[in-house]
Design a protein around this ligand. Structure first.
Ligand SMILES: [Fe+2]
Length: 358
Protein backbone atom coordinates (compact mmCIF):
# COMPACT_ATOMS: atom_id res chain seq x y z
CA UNK A 1 0.00 0.00 0.00
CA UNK A 2 1.35 3.44 -0.88
CA UNK A 3 2.04 5.56 2.23
CA UNK A 4 -0.59 8.12 1.27
CA UNK A 5 -3.25 5.40 1.12
CA UNK A 6 -2.45 4.42 4.70
CA UNK A 7 -3.56 7.78 6.12
CA UNK A 8 -6.85 7.18 7.83
CA UNK A 9 -9.61 9.68 7.38
CA UNK A 10 -11.37 10.85 10.50
CA UNK A 11 -14.92 9.71 11.07
CA UNK A 12 -15.51 13.01 12.86
CA UNK A 13 -14.83 14.98 9.62
CA UNK A 14 -17.13 12.68 7.73
CA UNK A 15 -19.89 13.08 10.31
CA UNK A 16 -19.61 16.87 10.38
CA UNK A 17 -19.57 17.16 6.56
CA UNK A 18 -23.36 16.86 6.50
CA UNK A 19 -23.55 13.65 4.45
CA UNK A 20 -26.93 11.92 4.43
CA UNK A 21 -25.58 8.48 3.55
CA UNK A 22 -22.39 6.85 4.73
CA UNK A 23 -19.56 5.68 2.45
CA UNK A 24 -19.78 2.01 1.48
CA UNK A 25 -16.71 1.07 3.57
CA UNK A 26 -18.80 1.73 6.69
CA UNK A 27 -21.82 -0.32 5.58
CA UNK A 28 -21.83 -3.70 7.30
CA UNK A 29 -22.40 -6.94 5.39
CA UNK A 30 -25.98 -8.18 5.06
CA UNK A 31 -25.69 -10.87 7.77
CA UNK A 32 -24.84 -8.18 10.33
CA UNK A 33 -27.45 -5.66 9.17
CA UNK A 34 -30.34 -7.92 10.11
CA UNK A 35 -29.76 -7.49 13.84
CA UNK A 36 -28.58 -3.88 14.13
CA UNK A 37 -31.23 -2.10 16.20
CA UNK A 38 -32.00 1.40 17.48
CA UNK A 39 -29.80 1.44 20.55
CA UNK A 40 -31.89 3.99 22.50
CA UNK A 41 -35.08 1.96 22.11
CA UNK A 42 -33.25 -1.24 22.94
CA UNK A 43 -31.63 0.18 26.06
CA UNK A 44 -35.02 1.34 27.39
CA UNK A 45 -36.67 -2.09 27.14
CA UNK A 46 -37.29 -3.52 30.58
CA UNK A 47 -38.34 -7.15 30.44
CA UNK A 48 -36.41 -8.43 27.47
CA UNK A 49 -34.74 -11.55 28.79
CA UNK A 50 -31.22 -11.89 30.20
CA UNK A 51 -29.35 -8.70 31.11
CA UNK A 52 -25.68 -8.00 31.74
CA UNK A 53 -25.27 -8.53 35.51
CA UNK A 54 -24.40 -5.84 38.04
CA UNK A 55 -21.85 -6.88 40.66
CA UNK A 56 -21.57 -4.91 43.90
CA UNK A 57 -17.95 -4.98 45.09
CA UNK A 58 -18.67 -3.41 48.49
CA UNK A 59 -18.17 -6.73 50.27
CA UNK A 60 -14.74 -7.40 48.78
CA UNK A 61 -12.91 -5.51 51.54
CA UNK A 62 -15.33 -6.36 54.34
CA UNK A 63 -14.08 -7.35 57.81
CA UNK A 64 -16.59 -10.17 57.72
CA UNK A 65 -15.22 -13.25 55.87
CA UNK A 66 -18.75 -14.34 54.97
CA UNK A 67 -19.40 -10.99 53.26
CA UNK A 68 -16.13 -11.26 51.32
CA UNK A 69 -16.97 -14.79 50.27
CA UNK A 70 -20.44 -13.76 49.10
CA UNK A 71 -19.03 -10.92 47.01
CA UNK A 72 -16.36 -13.16 45.45
CA UNK A 73 -19.03 -15.71 44.57
CA UNK A 74 -21.05 -13.06 42.74
CA UNK A 75 -18.02 -11.93 40.77
CA UNK A 76 -17.12 -15.52 39.98
CA UNK A 77 -20.62 -16.35 38.82
CA UNK A 78 -20.83 -13.29 36.54
CA UNK A 79 -17.37 -14.05 35.13
CA UNK A 80 -18.30 -17.67 34.39
CA UNK A 81 -21.74 -16.97 33.01
CA UNK A 82 -21.28 -13.64 31.16
CA UNK A 83 -17.67 -12.47 31.29
CA UNK A 84 -18.99 -8.89 31.26
CA UNK A 85 -20.62 -6.95 34.10
CA UNK A 86 -21.33 -3.56 35.62
CA UNK A 87 -19.17 -3.08 38.72
CA UNK A 88 -20.67 -0.83 41.40
CA UNK A 89 -19.04 0.23 44.68
CA UNK A 90 -15.74 -0.44 42.90
CA UNK A 91 -13.86 1.94 45.21
CA UNK A 92 -12.76 4.50 42.59
CA UNK A 93 -14.14 7.93 43.58
CA UNK A 94 -16.92 9.28 41.34
CA UNK A 95 -15.33 12.71 41.18
CA UNK A 96 -12.07 11.26 39.84
CA UNK A 97 -14.02 9.38 37.18
CA UNK A 98 -15.89 12.59 36.29
CA UNK A 99 -12.54 14.38 35.91
CA UNK A 100 -11.16 11.66 33.63
CA UNK A 101 -14.27 11.85 31.47
CA UNK A 102 -14.23 15.65 31.39
CA UNK A 103 -10.55 15.66 30.36
CA UNK A 104 -11.11 13.20 27.51
CA UNK A 105 -14.13 15.14 26.29
CA UNK A 106 -12.23 18.44 26.29
CA UNK A 107 -9.51 16.83 24.18
CA UNK A 108 -12.01 15.44 21.67
CA UNK A 109 -13.84 18.79 21.57
CA UNK A 110 -10.66 20.37 20.14
CA UNK A 111 -10.64 21.09 16.39
CA UNK A 112 -9.48 18.11 14.33
CA UNK A 113 -6.30 19.99 13.29
CA UNK A 114 -5.32 20.21 16.96
CA UNK A 115 -5.93 16.52 17.54
CA UNK A 116 -3.97 15.67 14.38
CA UNK A 117 -0.87 16.98 16.15
CA UNK A 118 -1.17 13.81 18.24
CA UNK A 119 -1.88 11.52 15.26
CA UNK A 120 -0.46 8.03 15.38
CA UNK A 121 1.32 6.41 12.45
CA UNK A 122 0.01 2.90 12.11
CA UNK A 123 1.95 2.22 8.89
CA UNK A 124 5.21 2.55 10.81
CA UNK A 125 3.94 0.71 13.87
CA UNK A 126 3.36 3.77 16.08
CA UNK A 127 -0.09 2.88 17.32
CA UNK A 128 -0.19 5.29 20.27
CA UNK A 129 -1.96 8.60 19.74
CA UNK A 130 -4.98 9.92 17.85
CA UNK A 131 -6.22 7.60 15.14
CA UNK A 132 -8.94 5.89 13.17
CA UNK A 133 -9.09 2.33 11.99
CA UNK A 134 -7.34 1.43 8.77
CA UNK A 135 -8.98 -1.22 6.63
CA UNK A 136 -7.09 -4.40 7.43
CA UNK A 137 -8.55 -6.75 4.88
CA UNK A 138 -9.60 -6.86 1.25
CA UNK A 139 -13.19 -5.83 2.02
CA UNK A 140 -11.93 -2.45 3.28
CA UNK A 141 -14.51 -2.53 6.08
CA UNK A 142 -14.31 0.40 8.50
CA UNK A 143 -15.76 1.27 11.91
CA UNK A 144 -17.63 4.46 12.83
CA UNK A 145 -15.12 5.71 15.38
CA UNK A 146 -11.97 7.74 16.04
CA UNK A 147 -9.84 7.11 19.10
CA UNK A 148 -6.92 8.11 21.29
CA UNK A 149 -4.69 5.27 22.43
CA UNK A 150 -1.91 5.36 25.02
CA UNK A 151 -0.22 3.28 27.70
CA UNK A 152 -1.13 4.61 31.15
CA UNK A 153 0.52 2.12 33.57
CA UNK A 154 3.18 1.20 34.79
CA UNK A 155 4.29 4.80 35.03
CA UNK A 156 7.88 4.15 33.90
CA UNK A 157 6.61 2.71 30.61
CA UNK A 158 4.47 5.74 29.68
CA UNK A 159 5.40 8.14 26.89
CA UNK A 160 4.02 11.38 28.29
CA UNK A 161 5.23 13.31 25.24
CA UNK A 162 2.29 11.98 23.22
CA UNK A 163 -0.37 12.55 25.90
CA UNK A 164 -2.85 15.39 25.31
CA UNK A 165 -1.64 18.75 26.68
CA UNK A 166 -5.19 20.11 26.64
CA UNK A 167 -6.78 20.19 29.14
CA UNK A 168 -3.88 20.98 31.47
CA UNK A 169 -4.98 18.42 34.07
CA UNK A 170 -5.25 15.54 31.55
CA UNK A 171 -2.03 13.82 32.66
CA UNK A 172 -2.69 14.28 36.37
CA UNK A 173 -6.22 12.91 36.44
CA UNK A 174 -5.55 10.11 33.96
CA UNK A 175 -2.49 9.02 35.94
CA UNK A 176 -4.42 8.96 39.19
CA UNK A 177 -7.20 6.96 37.54
CA UNK A 178 -4.60 4.51 36.22
CA UNK A 179 -3.16 3.99 39.72
CA UNK A 180 -6.59 3.40 41.23
CA UNK A 181 -7.66 1.11 38.41
CA UNK A 182 -4.48 -0.92 38.84
CA UNK A 183 -5.54 -1.46 42.47
CA UNK A 184 -9.00 -2.53 41.39
CA UNK A 185 -7.49 -4.98 38.88
CA UNK A 186 -5.49 -6.57 41.73
CA UNK A 187 -8.65 -7.00 43.82
CA UNK A 188 -10.48 -8.60 40.90
CA UNK A 189 -7.55 -10.91 40.04
CA UNK A 190 -7.44 -12.03 43.70
CA UNK A 191 -11.15 -12.80 43.84
CA UNK A 192 -11.05 -14.64 40.50
CA UNK A 193 -8.00 -16.65 41.63
CA UNK A 194 -9.76 -17.77 44.81
CA UNK A 195 -12.78 -18.59 42.64
CA UNK A 196 -10.62 -21.08 40.74
CA UNK A 197 -9.33 -22.62 43.96
CA UNK A 198 -5.78 -21.33 43.44
CA UNK A 199 -3.70 -19.02 45.59
CA UNK A 200 -4.95 -15.44 45.75
CA UNK A 201 -2.01 -13.82 43.94
CA UNK A 202 -1.86 -16.39 41.18
CA UNK A 203 -3.71 -14.83 38.22
CA UNK A 204 -2.06 -11.46 38.78
CA UNK A 205 1.36 -13.13 38.76
CA UNK A 206 0.52 -15.12 35.61
CA UNK A 207 -0.34 -11.93 33.68
CA UNK A 208 2.86 -10.10 34.62
CA UNK A 209 2.24 -8.61 38.06
CA UNK A 210 2.73 -4.96 38.94
CA UNK A 211 5.83 -4.57 36.80
CA UNK A 212 4.78 -6.16 33.53
CA UNK A 213 0.99 -5.95 33.20
CA UNK A 214 0.33 -3.06 30.83
CA UNK A 215 -2.70 -0.79 31.15
CA UNK A 216 -3.54 0.60 27.72
CA UNK A 217 -6.23 3.26 27.53
CA UNK A 218 -8.29 3.70 24.37
CA UNK A 219 -10.70 6.62 24.34
CA UNK A 220 -13.28 5.76 21.70
CA UNK A 221 -15.11 8.65 20.06
CA UNK A 222 -18.23 7.71 18.12
CA UNK A 223 -19.62 10.70 16.17
CA UNK A 224 -23.32 10.88 15.32
CA UNK A 225 -23.98 8.61 12.37
CA UNK A 226 -26.56 9.55 9.68
CA UNK A 227 -27.33 5.85 9.04
CA UNK A 228 -26.76 4.03 12.33
CA UNK A 229 -28.78 1.04 11.11
CA UNK A 230 -26.02 0.31 8.57
CA UNK A 231 -22.87 0.84 10.63
CA UNK A 232 -21.01 -0.39 13.71
CA UNK A 233 -18.82 1.65 16.04
CA UNK A 234 -16.83 -1.49 16.85
CA UNK A 235 -17.29 -4.78 15.07
CA UNK A 236 -17.92 -7.99 17.01
CA UNK A 237 -14.84 -9.25 18.85
CA UNK A 238 -13.63 -10.65 22.14
CA UNK A 239 -11.00 -8.67 24.06
CA UNK A 240 -7.52 -10.20 24.03
CA UNK A 241 -6.68 -8.54 27.39
CA UNK A 242 -6.80 -10.13 30.84
CA UNK A 243 -9.42 -7.66 32.07
CA UNK A 244 -10.89 -4.56 30.42
CA UNK A 245 -12.45 -1.70 32.39
CA UNK A 246 -14.77 0.72 30.58
CA UNK A 247 -16.25 4.12 31.41
CA UNK A 248 -18.66 5.89 29.07
CA UNK A 249 -20.62 9.11 28.78
CA UNK A 250 -23.98 7.42 29.54
CA UNK A 251 -24.89 7.08 25.86
CA UNK A 252 -25.71 3.42 25.14
CA UNK A 253 -23.80 1.46 22.49
CA UNK A 254 -22.26 -1.70 23.93
CA UNK A 255 -23.87 -5.03 23.10
CA UNK A 256 -22.83 -8.49 24.30
CA UNK A 257 -23.71 -11.73 22.50
CA UNK A 258 -25.38 -13.98 25.06
CA UNK A 259 -27.37 -17.13 24.44
CA UNK A 260 -27.69 -16.42 20.72
CA UNK A 261 -28.86 -12.79 21.13
CA UNK A 262 -27.29 -9.34 21.15
CA UNK A 263 -28.00 -7.80 24.56
CA UNK A 264 -27.66 -4.02 24.87
CA UNK A 265 -25.86 -2.87 28.02
CA UNK A 266 -27.96 -0.56 30.21
CA UNK A 267 -26.36 2.69 31.36
CA UNK A 268 -25.75 2.08 35.07
CA UNK A 269 -24.84 5.26 37.00
CA UNK A 270 -21.45 5.29 38.76
CA UNK A 271 -20.49 1.89 37.42
CA UNK A 272 -17.46 0.60 35.57
CA UNK A 273 -18.09 -2.06 32.95
CA UNK A 274 -15.63 -4.93 33.21
CA UNK A 275 -14.86 -7.56 30.60
CA UNK A 276 -13.02 -10.80 31.25
CA UNK A 277 -10.65 -11.03 28.28
CA UNK A 278 -9.20 -13.97 26.34
CA UNK A 279 -6.09 -14.04 28.57
CA UNK A 280 -8.12 -14.93 31.67
CA UNK A 281 -10.32 -17.30 29.68
CA UNK A 282 -7.15 -19.17 28.62
CA UNK A 283 -5.57 -19.22 32.11
CA UNK A 284 -8.85 -20.45 33.63
CA UNK A 285 -9.12 -23.13 30.92
CA UNK A 286 -12.42 -21.68 29.77
CA UNK A 287 -14.08 -21.39 33.20
CA UNK A 288 -14.18 -17.60 32.95
CA UNK A 289 -15.64 -16.34 29.67
CA UNK A 290 -14.40 -13.74 27.22
CA UNK A 291 -17.71 -12.69 25.66
CA UNK A 292 -18.26 -11.58 22.06
CA UNK A 293 -19.30 -7.92 22.01
CA UNK A 294 -19.65 -4.95 19.65
CA UNK A 295 -20.59 -1.26 19.62
CA UNK A 296 -23.61 0.33 17.97
CA UNK A 297 -23.79 3.98 16.92
CA UNK A 298 -26.70 6.42 16.75
CA UNK A 299 -27.70 9.61 14.97
CA UNK A 300 -28.61 11.72 18.02
CA UNK A 301 -25.71 11.73 20.46
CA UNK A 302 -21.95 11.49 20.37
CA UNK A 303 -20.79 8.49 22.40
CA UNK A 304 -17.44 8.43 24.15
CA UNK A 305 -16.04 5.47 26.05
CA UNK A 306 -12.79 5.00 27.96
CA UNK A 307 -11.58 1.41 27.74
CA UNK A 308 -8.53 0.31 29.71
CA UNK A 309 -7.09 -3.00 28.55
CA UNK A 310 -4.95 -4.81 31.13
CA UNK A 311 -2.56 -6.69 28.89
CA UNK A 312 0.21 -9.16 29.66
CA UNK A 313 3.59 -8.41 28.04
CA UNK A 314 3.63 -9.44 24.37
CA UNK A 315 6.53 -11.93 24.42
CA UNK A 316 7.69 -12.56 27.98
CA UNK A 317 4.94 -14.87 29.17
CA UNK A 318 3.55 -18.08 27.72
CA UNK A 319 -0.21 -18.10 28.30
CA UNK A 320 -1.77 -21.49 28.91
CA UNK A 321 -4.36 -23.03 31.24
CA UNK A 322 -3.15 -23.22 34.87
CA UNK A 323 -1.87 -26.81 35.31
CA UNK A 324 -4.03 -27.27 38.45
CA UNK A 325 -7.14 -26.85 36.32
CA UNK A 326 -6.14 -29.38 33.68
CA UNK A 327 -7.28 -32.93 34.36
CA UNK A 328 -7.99 -36.07 32.39
CA UNK A 329 -11.67 -35.17 32.22
CA UNK A 330 -10.95 -31.48 31.58
CA UNK A 331 -7.98 -31.35 29.20
CA UNK A 332 -6.33 -28.06 28.23
CA UNK A 333 -8.61 -26.23 25.81
CA UNK A 334 -5.97 -23.76 24.60
CA UNK A 335 -2.45 -24.40 23.27
CA UNK A 336 0.43 -22.49 24.91
CA UNK A 337 0.93 -19.12 23.21
CA UNK A 338 2.51 -15.79 23.96
CA UNK A 339 0.14 -12.82 23.95
CA UNK A 340 1.61 -11.75 20.58
CA UNK A 341 0.99 -15.23 19.16
CA UNK A 342 -2.57 -15.20 20.46
CA UNK A 343 -3.25 -11.88 18.69
CA UNK A 344 -1.65 -13.22 15.49
CA UNK A 345 -3.74 -16.38 15.69
CA UNK A 346 -6.94 -14.33 15.97
CA UNK A 347 -6.00 -12.07 13.03
CA UNK A 348 -5.18 -15.14 10.95
CA UNK A 349 -8.48 -16.80 11.81
CA UNK A 350 -10.36 -13.61 10.97
CA UNK A 351 -8.69 -13.22 7.58
CA UNK A 352 -9.48 -16.88 6.81
CA UNK A 353 -13.13 -16.26 7.70
CA UNK A 354 -13.19 -13.16 5.49
CA UNK A 355 -11.84 -15.17 2.57
CA UNK A 356 -14.37 -17.96 3.12
CA UNK A 357 -17.30 -15.56 3.27
CA UNK A 358 -16.53 -14.08 -0.16
FE1 LIG B 1 -13.82 -4.91 23.33
Amino acid sequence: MAPSAAVASRVESLASSGIASIPKEYVRPQEELINIVNVFEDEKKTDEGPQIPTVDLKGLNSEDPAEREKCREELKKASMDWGVMHLVNHGIPDDLIDQVKAAGKIFFDLPIEEKEKHANDQASGKIAGYGSKLANNASGQLEWQDYFFHLIYPEDKRDLSIWPKTPADYTEVTSEYARQLRGLATRVFSALSLGLGVEEGRLEKEVGGLEELLLQMKINYYPKCPQPELALGVEAHTDVSSLTFILHNMVPGLQAFYDGNWVTAKCVPNSIIMHVGDTIEILSNGKYKSILHRGLVNKEKIRISWAVFCEPPKEKIILKPLPELVTETEPARYPPRTFAQHIQHKLFRKSQEALLSK
